[in-house]
Every structure is written in structure tokens, then in C-alpha cells.
Design a protein around this ligand. Structure first.
Ligand code: ZN
Length: 155
């Protein structure tokens, strides 16, 4: 277990663009494990590496482990890139581990397809919808220095 300190609102690292992972080596595997440990510890369903201060394009999430006791289903995305989005959108209330106690309705694509590299170094595509699609869009934004408050609907 290696739970890391979280980066919070006001920290400039949340506004910076993260760099691509060049090679899935032991350091990246350790980073992914640290991120999962930290995410579960703080009851998050998603985390980007910059939220523990590592400026690399790595995201973890688990939309299965919402209640304690549920089966964990961790996902690690390296260098993820959304390659397709549905026309339909959904509005969901989002929070963020870097913004404790802040919840806002955000409009996102209902379905996305994301290309990424897995921990085994292989390129894959994941199709997601609903909450999983929302989490992916939220976390990928972090890699480009965008936080959910930047996406609040301007009505
Ligand atoms: Zn977040």
C-alpha cells in the first residue's frame, strides 16, 4: 500500500498539461498501483496522476467499487485518447477528490470510445457509457489541465 497525498484546488499542477508515457516500465506500474491505493483510500471512483503530483498521462478508475463490499474492478489507462463520442449527452452531478465537498452538474457525452495503453504495454480501445463514460471524460480532462469546474454549464 502506498497512499499518496492528494493535490488540491489552487495547486497549479491541476492546470498543467501532463506528458505522454514513453514506456510502460516498473515505475509506471508502481505509479498505477499508488494511484489505485490512493483512489480507494479516499473513496474516489477515478484519479489522474497529476492529482498525486505526477505529471504523466495515466488515469485510474473503478466504477464498480461504489459501496464498500462491492467487487473491485480497477482500470488503468495510459496515454488515453478519446477517439469517438456519441451525439447524445448526459448531465450528471460530478465531484472531484481535488475539490472536496464541491458538486456540480456537468454535461458530458453519453458514450465514448477511448484508445489507451494497458499495463501490459498493449494498445486497446475501451467502449464506455453512462457513469464510466463520464468518469473517463472527467479524468482525461485532468491530463490536459482542465478541471470539472471549467465545464460547468453556462446557462
Ligand atoms: Zn477530478
Amino acid at each position: 500500500m502506498a497512499v499518496k497525498d492528494l493535490v488540491y484546488d489552487g495547486d497549479k499542477r491541476l492546470k498543467q498539461v501532463c506528458s505522454e508515457v514513453e514506456k510502460v516500465d516498473e515505475d509506471i506500474k508502481q505509479l498505477a498501483q499508488d494511484m489505485l491505493d490512493t483512489m480507494y483510500k479516499y473513496d474516489g471512483i477515478g484519479l489522474a496522476a497529476c492529482q498525486i503530483g505526477v505529471m504523466k498521462r495515466v488515469v485510474t478508475y473503478d466504477v464498480n467499487y461504489i459501496d464498500e463490499g462491492a467487487k473491485k474492478k480497477p482500470v488503468v489507462l495510459i496515454n488515453p485518447k478519446i477517439v469517438w463520442t456519441s451525439k447524445s449527452k448526459v448531465e450528471v452531478e460530478e465531484g472531484c477528490l481535488s475539490f472536496p465537498d464541491v458538486f456540480k452538474n456537468i454535461t458530458r457525452y453519453e458514450k465514448v470510445k477511448t484508445e489507451y495503453i494497458g499495463l501490459d504495454g498493449k494498445k486497446r480501445i475501451i467502449s464506455a457509457n453512462g457513469i464510466e463514460a463520464v468518469v473517463i471524460q472527467h479524468e482525461l480532462d485532468h491530463l490536459d489541465g482542465i478541471v470539472f469546474l471549467d465545464r460547468v454549464d453556462k446557462k
